[in-house]
Design a protein around this ligand. Sequence first.
Ligand SMILES: [Zn+2]
Length: 309
Amino acid sequence: MAETKVIYIAGAGRSGSTLLDAILGEIDDAFSLGEARLLWKHLLRYEKPLCSCGEAIDDCPFWKQVLLKLFNNSLPSKDKLEKLYYLQKIVENIPILNYYKRNKYLLQNKNELKKYSDFILNFYKTVAEISGCKILIDSSKLPHYLYVLKDLPIELYIIHLVRDPRGVAYSWTKEKYHPALRSYMKRYHPFTSARLWNIYNLGILNFKHKNYHLIKYEDLTNNIQASLTCLTHAFNFKPFFNFEKKIFLFKKKHLVGGNPVKLSFKKEIYIKKDIDWHKKLPLKYKFLVTLLTFPLLKKFKYPIFKHEK
Ligand SMILES: [Zn+2]
């Protein structure tokens, strides 16, 4: 297991992590998991949630094998899923911004956290074995999980994916149908999305790790070649993309959780700038989000007022 590499995409919601996950799945020997942390919640809360291959997760040829292997030749019962979800809630309550509170919390909950880390290690091991891939891409995004992953016997790589918080805010206000769940996605007021953007990005910056690399969503969509070349240098990976193609054809993949865009991955995907928010996010919300996220906007070198066309 020691040679298994896990590339964890960390970031705030609606930052383009599903797209990056699927792009990185093009690396030789890599497997795109999608937002793996949501697998259990979706199996528990929704009727037959879909994998990006179009099959229900428990009928998908890949995930069915993983589930059977993990749960002693049967699909996980509601009770087992509830227990897993309970452990995940403990992980997701780790105080990511306060060092002292975090240490106290990690100590108080060490038994539950150990159970979860044993489970997730077994999960990665099973996915690696069944996919035959040594590199796993997990776009679970929340920085909380890094406190579990850092102690596992895996080679951990962290990609911090940041998107302009005003683009993120606009995305959270839009009504989006999630075909994999057959329901509408949660929506947030720009105040809430700006608050979460601050917390998650600060949480990721607080987590110091040797294999850390920052990617801005705007750089990725403006110049995918430059962005991925930087990444392969930073992590010492072999270059993996054919940049001559303007259109990217995604192979049949098995992503779970994540953005509904994943369901179109069987088709050709155009990597294009997503700047609708420049025109469509009302001025009052642009102002509010700019004000609330000002220190980090500066840190990530986003323009405060003017945007390129
Ligand atoms: Zn599938």
